[in-house]
Design a protein around this ligand. Structure first.
Ligand SMILES: NC(=O)C1=CN([C@@H]2O[C@H](COP(=O)(O)OP(=O)(O)OC[C@H]3O[C@@H](n4cnc5c(N)ncnc54)[C@H](OP(=O)(O)O)[C@@H]3O)[C@@H](O)[C@H]2O)C=CC1
Ligand SMILES: CCCCCCCCCCCCCCCC(=O)OCC(=O)COP(=O)(O)O
Length: 324
């Protein structure tokens, strides 16, 4: 007992010595080590992406556009997908005009198709494979949101949202997957949402499409791991993009409002960089959200009755605000 006490004092004595005379060099050394570690990790990430064929859907705006910037800078051979050819061409112009001293960069290739048109999705996948011979990383990002009350929403709106957010991405994945399995290599990433893990009122079609996405890609991960194909699901909270402006309402019209939550959301650049590191580090499932949404996700699993109460109160509050 006595010897233990003495050792403790000695330990404390050493600490005191360090804190009084050597604290600054120790701190500087630790910071230096952290910086070196980060630098080595980012070099490793770049090496994975350098020259890789990376397909990004929804590359014409928001998160997809930012992912294009980040992956291009890291040296990827990009395939930029979307419906708007002009916007994609402007992005290619911007990317090819960028000066990059860190990586060898490539001129991106454009493929236009509507994710809701499954035949177009399949033929575009074949076009990409014919052109590049392979896809190393597929980033299923393109999507649309929804604002509406279930009672007033036409079933065609639910179908449209499901086609764009779920059937389109899974059709693209299924068309590209056999070539990945054959090569015993490839990575499928999907941008889901916090709403793929919890359902919030007045987002039924969107939350349903993201829950389906989570389920499909969880199944896929388990099924293709043995073939060397990796699957990553990224579920962000609000991001400052045009998502709410482009959202569809219950009667199929455009919502056209920049919501406060969206405007105050994450910078797309921050999320795009997280997508790069998440994919490079082969993470399986990543929630990119603040404190409250994270608590809400845990609450949904651990105390569902409380979560449902909170959501009912939220629906009541939102309806009241709309009525006033
Ligand atoms: N912003 C946010 O708060 C959050 C967004 N997300 C997810 O991030 C992803 C990207 O959205 P974000 O950047 O925010 O929103 P944007 O509206 O800015 O971008 C959506 C992209 O998807 C494309 N797209 C939409 N519909 C179709 C379609 N039918 N066929 C082909 N492409 C289509 C658009 O291309 P175009 O119209 O030019 O064809 C556009 O490039 C989505 O999956 C979204 O669910 C997840 C969590 C939070
Ligand atoms: C301390 C205990 C309190 C616990 C309270 C927890 C309940 C808080 C509710 C939080 C709800 C968060 C919703 C987040 C939604 C989100 O981030 O969605 C991302 C999107 O995909 C945005 O799409 P949208 O079209 O809805 O803008």
């Amino acid at each position: 007992m006595l010897s233990l006490l003495r050792r403790k004092m000695l330990y404390k004595g050493t600490l005191m010595e360090i804190s009084s005379s050597n604290l600054l060099p120790l701190l500087l050394g630790s910071v230096g080590l952290i910086i070196l570690f980060r630098l080595l990790q980012s070099m490793k990430d770049r090496a994975i992406v350098q020259d890789a064929v990376v397909v990004i859907t929804g590359a014409s705006s928001g998160l997809g556009k930012e992912c294009a910037r980040v992956f291009h800078a890291a040296g990827a051979r990009l395939v930029l997908c979307g419906r708007n050819k002009q916007k994609l061409e402007e992005l290619v112009k911007e990317l090819t005009g960028m000066v990059n001293n860190k990586s060898k960069t490539h001129t991106p290739h454009i493929v236009t198709f509507d994710l809701a048109d499954l035949d177009a999705v399949r033929s575009s996948a074949h076009e990409i494979l014919n052109y590049f011979g392979q896809v190393d990383i597929l980033i299923n990002n393109g999507g649309i949101s929804y604002r509406g009350n279930i009672l007033d929403t036409a079933i065609n709106v639910d179908k449209d949202v499901m086609n764009t957010n779920y059937f389109g991405p899974i059709a693209l994945t299924k068309a590209i997957l056999p070539s990945m399995v054959q090569r015993r290599s490839g990575h499928v990433a999907v941008i889901s949402s916090v709403q793929g893990k919890i359902a919030i009122p007045f987002r039924s079609a969107y939350a349903a499409s993201k829950h389906a996405t989570q389920a499909f890609f969880d199944c896929l991960r388990a099924e293709v791991e043995q073939y060397g194909v990796k699957v990553t699901i990224i579920s962000p909270g609000y991001i400052r993009t045009n998502l709410s402006l482009n959202a569809v309402t219950g009667n199929g019209s455009k919502y056209g409002v920049m919501d406060k939550n969206t405007a105050e959301g994450y910078e797309p650049r921050v999320v795009a960089e997280a997508v790069l590191t998440t994919v490079c580090r082969r993470k399986k499932d990543v929630l990119l959200a603040g404190f409250l949404p994270t608590v809400a996700v845990y609450l949904r699993t651990l105390i569902p009755s409380l979560f449902f109460l909170i959501m009912t109160a939220r629906a009541k509050k939102e309806r009241k605000m709309k009525d006033n």
